[in-house]
Unconditional design. Sequence first.
Length: 111
Amino acid sequence: MLHIFCPHCGELRSEEEFHASGQAHIARPLDPAACSDEEWGTYMFYRDNPRGIHHELWDHVAGCRQYFNVTRNTVTYEILETYKIGEKPQVTADGKQTNAPSTVKGQGEKV
């Protein structure tokens, strides 16, 4: 079982309260009507599925019901950080720390 830190509630909670909602940081096309079918299909259905560090969108469904981002290692299930939508992650996809200032408040832990 995992404990996940919700950056909105400010608490470490059981993973049963959360729902993973897919890849984070996906930009919606500015003008969907101007997209070709191929471009729209790529936006809707194609996602990264890396082995290792991955940025994911999660929802605190049994708590504050807010969405936030999680940086997680898909091999070990280790949660490296959680942060609000709109904030920059401190850990990049290659596992390195960035030098950018961040308001990341916590991470998760295995129980």
